[in-house]
Design a protein around this ligand. Structure first.
Ligand code: UT7
Length: 329
């Protein structure tokens, strides 16, 4: 039995943070940000909302797109590194907001690779025949872990959510293959030091700004280009697919120069690469999901098209999949 996406949706908050806004907060310029990252603006979650609110809005759209009712969902997986709280899981909070009862719900922590990790878990559970419809949500409020005094990270990140319903698919459609990887030895390159069991919140951790993301940007940049291009090459090779067969590549939107480097090494023409980085920046797990939704809704993906998603993030983790799109419109 094959499994695939029968419904997709996304949601980004209305508030826009532009490069001009950031110029007033840190020593940066629109020219530097655009030329070094490709980002022009990003979305920011309102103070009274959290990841679960963004995720629920995306989920409602995915459920509607799938043409099912919420009570037909049999499991919720939420990929997030910015959960509403340390516990309970954001998936449980989304379950409640959707009015669904008595189904398994859990969070998945794979940073920017979380959506593709989640799709793969859901696909395998559907393929066993045990579950019919699984809701995979990627919901991130990266602004909440962003240090707006650190110009090397604050220009990169934004908030948003995406959701997909994974179900049985007839014919040669659906998620054909997924390649997942991780290298924990690089966990010190991208992390939030405090707030977990290693360094619980204290006056000192707040004073030292240890609840914000720390990143070694240039080292990550090099690893990201290699890991993402390798992931694309591996998944295409083992499925005997050439880059020409792919209608659209959907890469993680962390930096336009990373995307260009990946495309070059993997032999992908940039015309086949979906980009929305200039509008949203890096929304961690939500990035590839929002990009997939926008690509479908704007008619860039049609029924029967082969698409390849690829991502990379903290962990470090990386992930790629190949999907034969099964839906019209
Ligand atoms: O989601 C996956 C995880 N994240 C990533 O994959 C991010 C990967 N890394 C990157 O995207 C890039 O490394 C950055 C965009 C973070 C930085 O770009 P870079 O070309 O690697 O710049 P750099 O870190 O080598 O810094 C070059 C210069 C430095 O100044 P000096 O030391 O040469 O005087 C920085 O201080 O640019 C400076 N700089 C800035 N200048 C203006 C760093 N950030 C800024 C800024 N505005 N926002």
């Amino acid at each position: 039995m094959a499994a695939g996406i029968i419904g997709i949706g996304s949601y980004v908050p209305e508030k826009v943070l532009t490069n001009a806004d950031l110029e007033k907060i840190v020593d940066t310029s629109d020219d530097w940000i655009v030329s070094r990252t490709g980002i022009k603006e990003r979305r920011i979650c309102p103070e009274d909302k959290a990841a679960s609110d963004l995720g629920t809005s995306a989920a409602i759209r995915a459920i509607e797109d799938a043409g099912i009712s919420a009570d037909e969902i049999e499991m919720i997986i939420c990929a997030t590194i910015t959960p509403d709280m340390v516990f309970p899981s954001t998936a449980c909070i989304i379950q409640d907001k959707l009015g669904i009862v008595d189904i398994p719900c859990f969070d998945l922590s794979a940073a920017c690779s979380g959506f593709i990790y989640g799709l793969e878990i859901a696909r395998n559970l559907v393929e066993t025949g045990r579950y019919k419809n699984i809701l995979v949500v990627a919901a991130e409020c990266m602004s909440r872990v962003t240090d707006y005094t650190d110009r090397t990270t604050c220009v990169l990140l934004g908030d948003g959510a995406a959701a997909a319903i994974i179900s049985k698919i007839e014919g040669d459609f659906g998620i054909l293959d997924t390649y997942l990887g991780a290298a924990g030895k690089y966990s010190n390159l991208l992390y939030v030091p405090a707030g977990g069991s290693k360094m619980p919140a204290s006056h000192q951790t707040v004073e030292k700004r240890l609840h914000f993301m720390k990143m070694e940007g240039s080292t990550l940049f090099r690893i990201a280009v290699n890991a993402m291009s390798d992931s694309v090459k591996k998944i295409l090779e083992r499925n005997k697919i050439s880059p020409e067969d792919i209608a659209l590549f959907i890469p993680h939107q962390a930096n336009i120069r990373i995307i260009q480097g990946v495309a070059k090494l993997a032999g992908i023409p940039m015309e086949k690469v979906f980009l929305n980085i200039e509008k949203y920046g890096n929304m961690s797990a939500a990035s590839v999901g929002v990009a997939l939704d926008e690509a479908v809704k704007s008619g860039k993906i049609k029924k029967g098209d082969l698409i390849c998603m690829v991502s990379f993030g903290a962990g470090l983790t990386w992930a790629a999949n190949v999907i034969r799109w099964s839906k019209n419109g």
